[in-house]
Ligand binder design. Sequence first.
Ligand code: IPM
Ligand code: MG
Length: 350
Amino acid sequence: MRVAILPGDGIGPEIIAQATKVLRTLGLPLELETAPVGGAGYEAAGDPLPAKTLALAKEADAILFGAVGDARYDKLERAKRPEQAILGLRKALGLFANLRPARVHAELAAASALKPEVEAGLDILIVRELTGDIYFGEPKGVRDAGGEREGFDTMRYRESEIGRIARVAFEAARKRARRVCSVDKANVLETSQLWREVVSAEAAKYPDIELSHMYVDNCAMQLVRNPKQFDVIVTGNLFGDILSDEASMLTGSIGMLPSAALNESGKGLYEPIHGSAPDIAGRGVANPLATILSAAMMLRYSLRTPQAAERIEGAVARVLQDGLRTADIYTAGMRKVGTEQMGDAVVAAL
Ligand code: IPM
Ligand code: MG
């Protein structure tokens, strides 16, 4: 099984090093090949997504991705900026289905900003459409509008794009509590009205699933008021970007959340949902657990080795039970450890 390892920028290389260490401990026939991406890609080849990196990603059975982005590259033209690497990979590989679970580890309940009774036992899955919407819709740009500049982007969704992400959500719900909440802004946006219609039509094929609809502003509020009302949330690219960051904080730290981006044949890119955190890069304090848990998702969804995935998840639970905490999830009385020590502890627990 070939895995493309794309560490990226900022804390990316540090957290990926811990995840690859964990993968190597499993004793599986994995071939791990590393390539530069993001700012690192720009430094190596003048392109955030170098041709060689893209080729490797296409050939591999799965991709483990760190994070991209650094203020150093913010002044570059858009096509050269690090974010284009992840957007380009998603588009080039057709990774339309983004699974972002938000689960509260019992041991970390104290790290959440919410009251324990509001978030204890929380288990939500956000299914975010990842290759359409205002992220990729054309036309977009900045044009002259009678003496001043005007920026514009286009929100678009085709029925086929809405239908296939809805099916992913319904199928996922079948393995969970069988409830799907579709989030849109149908009171204002045409795109959202179509979204709601198509999701409702797909739901007819899943009579065992309970479907509800919610406006995105209300959903943002409900997520902090009573997050346990949700099982699966399905939504478009932009709303999903925002709501998944919000949901991550319900669990105590964005440093804990893995994600998968899958295409129609089940090939996937796996990444922590947090970014490159340039402010703490190189200091050895970043939390590697989201990346390690992303590697577990990779084993489950793309490499079809669910037992190995469970071993990793069990090992992570174990180190948390043992009281080990990186700075982002630290609470009084626990043992504060750095990135590498946390990775070593997971390896030891394996
Ligand atoms: C994410 C990130 C990306 C996105 C950025 C880095 C382009 O925020 O994966 O959520 O907006 O999709
Ligand atoms: Mg985001």
